[in-house]
Design a protein around this ligand. Structure first.
Ligand code: THU
Length: 158
C-alpha cells in the first residue's frame, strides 16, 4: 500500500497584475454576467473563451423553471464558441460572477464538475491545454490546464 499526494500548481494575482490579453478576457467575462438569466438563484455568472483565431466568445448562465434544463455560463460560452467556430481550439476561459447583492464576488468561483468535464473534453479534443482564469475582486486565480482542476479526469474513450 502506498499513499500519494497530488500537488496542483496555480497562480494568484490581482486584476491589475494581469497581462493585457488576460485582462481583456476577464473584462469580457465580467460583462457577460449582465446577460445572465438567473431568476431562481440570483447568481449571475459570465464566461469568456479566447479561441486560437483570437476571437472572444461570451456566455452566461441561463436558468429555467425546469431546473435541469438550465446551463452554466462556462458551457454556454464553450458550446457557443464550438458551434460558431468549430475549427478553432479554445485557448483560455475566464469566469466571473455577481452574487445576490449585484456585486462581483470577492473570492473567485470555480467551475462545477459538469463544466470541468466539458472543458476537459474540449482540451483533449484540441490537444492543447486550456488556461482557466477565475476572477474575484480580491484575487484572480490562474490554472494553466483544466487537468489541474480535474485530476483523474475521464477521457478514455476520446
Ligand atoms: N453557475 C455557473 O454558471 N457556473 C459555475 O461555475 C457555477 C454555477 C450557475 C448555475 C446556476 O445558474 C447558478 O450559477 C447558481 O448555481
Amino acid at each position: 500500500m502506498e499513499s500519494r499526494v497530488l500537488n496542483i500548481k496555480y497562480v494568484t494575482c490581482s486584476f491589475d497584475e494581469l497581462e493585457k490579453s488576460d485582462a481583456e478576457l476577464v473584462e469580457a467575462a465580467k460583462k457577460a454576467t449582465f446577460s445572465s438569466y438567473a431568476p431562481y438563484s440570483n447568481f449571475s455568472v459570465g464566461a469568456a473563451v479566447r479561441l486560437s483565431n483570437n476571437e472572444i466568445v461570451q456566455g452566461s448562465n441561463q436558468e429555467n423553471a425546469a431546473f435541469g434544463a438550465g446551463t452554466c455560463a462556462e458551457r454556454c460560452a464553450m458550446f457557443y464558441a464550438n458551434s460558431k467556430y468549430p475549427d478553432y481550439a479554445i485557448c483560455s476561459i475566464a469566469i466571473a460572477a455577481r452574487g445576490v447583492s449585484g456585486e462581483f464576488v470577492h473570492s473567485p468561483i470555480s467551475p462545477c464538475g459538469v463544466c470541468r468535464q466539458a472543458l476537459i473534453e474540449a482540451q483533449t479534443r484540441a490537444k492543447l491545454p486550456i488556461r482557466v482564469l477565475l476572477y474575484g475582486g480580491r484575487e484572480v486565480c490562474i490554472f494553466e490546464s483544466v487537468s489541474d482542476l480535474l485530476p483523474f479526469q475521464f477521457d478514455e474513450i476520446l
